[in-house]
Ligand binder design. Structure first.
Ligand SMILES: [Zn+2]
Ligand SMILES: [Zn+2]
Length: 126
């Protein structure tokens, strides 16, 4: 994180334009725009422009830290760059389970919990 934003006096601003958000995060405008349109990043729409509230941006950054970090599947031990690949979790502890283990191996629990319980039971796929 850079602290030097000459063009954007961050202490004074409560709202950011999407351009400013992009600049602050060091990403391109299109990405921010997509996030807003997808509802991932909360933004107020004023006329034709979007304004992002600072606290919303802060929260979004906090949340995305976990996502960006990726993680390790607790079943197969593979490392994944994106949390998207680990969107399932152990029904007991919430440990991440990769899409592969979940759908192909039908893993619903991490090894620690699968051993004691019935790992192979088919819980209703709702
Ligand atoms: Zn796995
Ligand atoms: Zn578990």
């Amino acid at each position: 994180m850079r602290e030097t934003e000459d063009a954007v006096p961050s202490e004074k601003k409560r709202f950011y334009s999407l351009e400013q958000v992009a600049e602050l995060l060091g990403v391109n405008y299109q990405l921010i725009y997509k996030l807003v349109r997808a509802g991932e990043l909360p933004a107020a729409r004023i006329g034709k422009v979007y304004r992002v509230v600072r606290s919303d941006l802060d929260r979004y950054i906090e949340q995305s830290k976990g996502h960006a970090a990726g993680g390790v599947c607790s079943v197969c031990g593979n490392r994944y760059q994106s949390r998207l690949s680990l969107k399932h979790e152990c029904v007991d502890c919430g440990g991440p389970i990769c899409v592969d283990c979940w759908s192909r191996k039908k893993a619903r629990r991490c090894p620690a919990h699968g051993r004691g319980g019935a790992a192979g039971t088919k819980m209703g796929n709702s």
